[in-house]
Design a binder for this molecule. Sequence first.
Ligand SMILES: [Mn+2]
Length: 326
Amino acid sequence: MNEDKAALEKLQGFIKQAKKILLSTHINPDGDGIGSGLALLGKLTKMGKKVDFINRDPLPMIYKFLPNSAQVKNTKKITGKYDLAIVLECPELERNGGIIDYTQQSKVTVNLDHHLGNTMYGDLNIVDPKAAAVGEQLYRIMKGLCWEIDKDAATCIYTAIVTDTGSFRYSNTSPETHIIASELLRAGADPEHISSQVYSSTEQATKLMYQMLSKLKVEGRMGYSYLTKKMFSDTGAIESETDNFINSIRAIKTVETAMLFKETGPSSVKVSFRSKGTADVNIIARGFKGGGHKHAAGAVIHLPMAKAIKAVLAQVRKYYRLKRVK
Ligand SMILES: [Mn+2]
């Protein structure tokens, strides 16, 4: 269901009934999940609701400038009960990291997402794969419900949209994305301040980026590199600082499919895919039980690094062979 009248009325009813509300986004939260969650937190708190915004993983440092960010908590297990839970940016509940049993601990669950292949696990599913970001959906929802978009909400939603569109550079950027962004600027979002925070780096992260680039390989239209646990400990960088790293591989003119492999355990590697043009990395990621969008996807491979890279490259080569036949 999209943000149509029936969905908005249902959502409004759920919010009206609820005293205690949980907001939560996916593991390794990004700007869209955090920005959208904080925009909601601000508005719902002003309505007199008791709101918790809890994720499995900590808030990345670059989002600490956002209003109310100090209220974002992280835990492996939530013990409380809620009248309403709003799950942001999770195409399936597993992406939420298993921090809560929604069937037992929440009376009603709303699934607010823009990923393809969403499993529609909510009591209300507001899913729009055409939206550039959940932030874009949330903007329309707030407008539809006649909620005032104040400076704080505008800052949070603008951050959600800027990060999910790569500063309006990715193919998900639509004319409507720009119209919404313009409304958010009118409402007080400061683009210069937001970009300088979101795209800020640390010395540790820059050193890790150097290590990653030193391992870069380009083969045909594929470009890839990797990050090991040792590279993290040698530089002192942390995982959440590496969210934009893959974009420097994707930026190479001849690269259509960029991959970044991150070692998460002795036999566990997280691979991120970014593509441009006609390359559909969602298809490739699905082959490894992952997923995402056409131009941004990911998967977890239960193999040591060298084997994981080999397995994924074989699939991407196969994808290109099949594509050529078509
Ligand atoms: Mn998103």
